[in-house]
Design a binder for this molecule. Sequence first.
Ligand code: SAH
Length: 252
Amino acid sequence: MNLPEKNTPVFNRLRFVLVETSRSGNIGAVARAMKTMGFSDLVLVNPRFADAREDPEAVAFASGAQDVLDGARIVSDIGQALEGCNFAAAVSARLREFSPPVWTPRSFAGHVHAHGDLRAAIVFGNERFGLPNQIVEQCNVLINIPANPAYSSLNLAQAAQVLAYESRMAAEPDAAPAGPVGFHGDAASLAQIDGMYAHLEQALVAIDFLDADNPKKLMPRLKRLFARTQLETEEVNILRGIANHILKAARR
Ligand code: SAH
C-alpha cells in the first residue's frame, strides 16, 4: 500500500464512501458537498441504481460538481471501497453497544489533518437503514454528528457536507472567504486618523461637550471605539466634515 507522502494535503487523502445509497439525488448532492469543500475521491458501494452517476436526479443535484460525480467509482463491497486506506471512519446517527470509539466530525478532521500519513475513508450508510454493524465494526472510529436528540438523523448529503466542511476547516482554519465580501475602501493612515481625532476634539470643545481643562477619559474612549472599526479614508473624511459643521454652527 502506498502511504501518502508527508504533508500531503488532506484534500488528497480523504475518501467519501457511500454504502447502498437509494436515492441518486443524494449521490449528486454528496458530490456537490465534496467539491465545494475541495474533495473529489468518491466511491459508491452497490448503489440501488447501477447507473446512479447518469441518473438525471444525480446530475441535477450535483450541479457544478459533475466532474466529481463522473469520477465516482462503483464497487461491489466495502473491502474494495477501502482499498489503499489505513484509516476508516463509520459515519452514523446511531450509537451502538459494540462500536469503535465515538468521535465528533471536528475531532476526526483534526486527527486526519494532523496525521499526514493517513489515507482516510469516511463511510456513510443507506438513507433508511444506515450502516450495518459489520461495516461499523471494521472501522477505526465512529463519527456521530451531535444533533437534536429528538431527531438526530440528517439527510445523507447534509451529513457529508458537515464532514467535508470540518475537514476543510481543520486544514485551513484562517482561510479567507472565496471572494470579496462587501465593499472595502482604502484603510485610513494613522496620520489621517490622528488629524481626525484632533478635529473632533476641537468640535467637542466648541459645543462644551468636552471640557478642555478637565477632559477626563472622553478622547481615549472615543479612540478605542474607532480603533475597533478599521476606519477607511472616506469615513475619516466624513467624520472631519461633521466636525467642520459642528465648529461652524458653534461659531454662529
Ligand atoms: N435511519 C438511519 C439514518 C440514515 S441517514 C440510521 O438509523 O442510521 C443516512 C446517513 O447519513 C447515515 O448512515 C449516516 O452516515 C449519515 N448521518 C445522518 N445523520 C447523522 C448523524 N447525526 N451523525 C452521523 N451521521 C449521520
